[in-house]
Ligand binder design. Structure first.
Ligand code: ZN
Length: 173
């Protein structure tokens, strides 16, 4: 999705929503792996749960695409960006993430983008169906954002003991 470009009508909305939700589910699965490799099992579980939630979204949107007879000729692309801006890090390379706080901030940043995308679309569209679906999706992203915010509130700012976990350590070999 190009910044500033708004999808036209229900087809545009659903095609972009599909790309957005697929990206979210894949990035959360990556973040879960990343946190697991750092022994942060509780946060790994949170991200696994988020990946599942986003996967349900993907299925839901696929159903709407079928129901509205939308042709997926030109799949949209959508990528997570880092809070510092798209240039600073390759958003697909999550290995720079060392702390749960950084991972959660990345998630917060992208959940905010998702919510704003849907909210702006709801505001701009002239089509009643598009407005209703966009608003519903914006509310769901707001809920994801609240989940991430709640976890961020639990993670200390300094993160000095970020690799300490109440769970038994996960030893790869
Ligand atoms: Zn989300």
């Amino acid at each position: 999705m190009t910044a500033g470009r708004q999808p036209a009508g229900i087809a545009g909305l659903l095609v972009h929503a599909l790309a957005l939700e697929i990206e979210a589910s894949e990035r959360y699965a990556d973040l879960a792996d990343q946190m697991k490799s750092h022994n942060n099992l509780r946060i790994a579980r949170l991200f696994s749960k988020m990946a599942d939630i986003e996967k349900l979204h993907v299925n839901h949107i696929r159903k709407m695409i079928d129901r509205h007879g939308v042709k997926l000729q030109e799949p949209a692309s959508y990528y997570w960006t880092s809070p510092e801006g798209p240039e600073t890090t390759d958003p697909l390379d999550l290995h720079y993430l060392m702390t749960p706080r950084q991972a959660l901030e990345l998630a917060r940043h992208n959940e905010t983008r998702a919510r704003e995308f849907y909210a702006q679309n709801a505001e701009k569209t002239q089509d009643e169906d598009t407005r209703r679906i966009s608003s519903e999706l914006a509310v769901e992203e707001e809920e994801h954002l609240a989940l991430i915010e709640a976890w961020l509130a639990k993670v200390p700012e300094t993160d000095t003991d970020w690799d300490q976990d109440d769970d038994p350590p996960f030893l790869p070999d």
